[in-house]
Design a protein around this ligand. Structure first.
Ligand code: 8DG
Ligand code: MN
Ligand code: MN
Length: 362
């Protein structure tokens, strides 16, 4: 039979960690629609359907060209009936009525607005919406609402934080970090991770991973915080002490949270001039400092994207009988932890082709 069917090589994998997803998205009209549906499902507490739409969008992001017809979607993995129906409608009418309906929905709009505040998640947003609140002003003047420290900072610096951080600003922050480390411990180094490591031009924050000499990792973040305080550039900090335990097995379920020493900061970034009339802007910064021998695992975990990480773990568990998280990789068959010096080692342990950071935008 010479029928031209898809060869295994050309087939799209249902696992994001077996796809190369750059920032060049040829299917934006579809993926943006699917992401609205995903967010709406998340706001309704429907995790399964949210993940379904996210996976569908991710598969389309990995394609080398735009979908030309909804029939083409039939050979793609992770596209359920709901996702396919949306693609069909967009192919036919140029837009999806369901998506437009959601975008005009008062609840969706309000939830999205509230969730854009640092420290406010879907649960808090929903509780405010259910009390009939629809604007920031209403939230801030409602006497029964007690904002926590993070939310207070979120509202106080909302104007700054809601402006995306540029690559140049990330580079300036990296220099601030390097300057601090030079003062604290010159043998410590800092690497940009998160979206910027994946090649993004803008981010909602800047993520850094610190490589400290052996045994120094727990001291370094408190010292950075102290240094920034003394320089009067720290607007908010939430430091989380390490609860890392060497013997612990990797977490079975996907949890972005890890047990390394880390902190979530708001820092002042010096600028030439600004709309606000000050010479600085507030920027969100995340820092993580893993033990030296866990650096490759932490780097892989913090580089993202979230869906890429989720699928790496799922692939390891379901296809390889191994447990992966930000701390380690464990082989269930041989009951051993697998050491790694680089990210490449981890892909190799998993029998996966190496995927470069800029190809992890799943
Ligand atoms: P963006 O900031 O450019 O918008 O996107 P991003 O850089 O991909 O997202 P992020 O929210 O900054 O998260 C970057 C990675 O960090 C993501 O893969 C999840 C990962 N991460 C962990 N542990 C933790 C944690 O404990 N807290 C947070 N906030 N992120 C974590 O692996
Ligand atoms: Mn980030
Ligand atoms: Mn982050």
């Amino acid at each position: 039979c010479v029928h031209l069917s898809a060869t295994p090589e050309s087939a799209v994998s249902p696992y994001a960690c077996q796809r190369r997803t750059t920032l060049e998205n040829h299917n934006k009209i579809f993926t943006e629609a699917l992401e609205v549906l995903a967010l709406n499902s998340e706001f309704s507490g429907n995790q399964g359907s949210c993940l379904g739409f996210r996976r569908a969008a991710s598969v389309l992001k990995s394609l080398p060209a735009a979908l030309r017809s909804p029939e083409e979607a039939l050979r793609l993995p992770c596209l359920g009936d709901n996702s396919r129906a949306v693609l069909e409608e967009i192919c036919e009418c140029g837009s999806s009525s369901r998506v437009e309906e959601i975008q005009n929905d008062q609840r969706y709009r309000t939830m999205k607005l509230f969730c854009s505040v640092f420290g406010v998640g879907p649960k808090t947003a929903e509780s405010w919406f259910c009390r009939g609140l629809k604007t920031f002003e209403q939230v801030l003047t409602e006497p029964s609402i007690r904002l926590n420290r993070m939310q207070t900072a979120g509202f106080l610096f909302y104007e700054d934080i809601s402006v995306p951080v540029s690559r140049a600003e990330a580079a300036a922050l990296k220099m601030m970090m390097e300057e601090a480390l030079l003062f604290i411990n010159p043998s410590a180094t800092v690497t940009i991770t998160g979206g910027f490591r994946r090649g993004k031009e803008f981010g909602h924050d800047v993520d850094f991973i610190i490589k400290a000499p052996e045994g120094q990792e727990d001291r370094i973040l408190p010292a950075v915080i102290k240094r920034f305080k003394s320089q009067n550039v720290l607007l908010y900090s939430d430091f989380q002490k390490s609860t890392f335990d060497l013997r612990q097995l990797p977490n079975h379920r996907f949890e972005a949270m890890d047990r390394f020493s880390k902190c979530f900061l708001l820092v002042k970034l010096q600028m030439q001039e600004s709309r606000t009339g000050r010479n600085w802007r507030a920027v969100r910064v995340d820092l993580v400092a893993p033990p030296l021998e866990r650096f490759p695992y932490a780097l892989l975990g913090w580089t993202g994207s979230t869906l890429f990480e989720r699928d790496l773990r799922r692939f390891a568990r379901l296809e390889r009988g191994k447990l992966l998280d930000n701390h380690t990789l464990y082989d269930k068959t041989t009951k051993t932890f697998l050491p790694a010096n680089t990210e490449e080692d981890i892909f190799q342990h998993l029998g996966l082709e190496y995927i470069e950071p800029w190809q992890r935008n799943a």
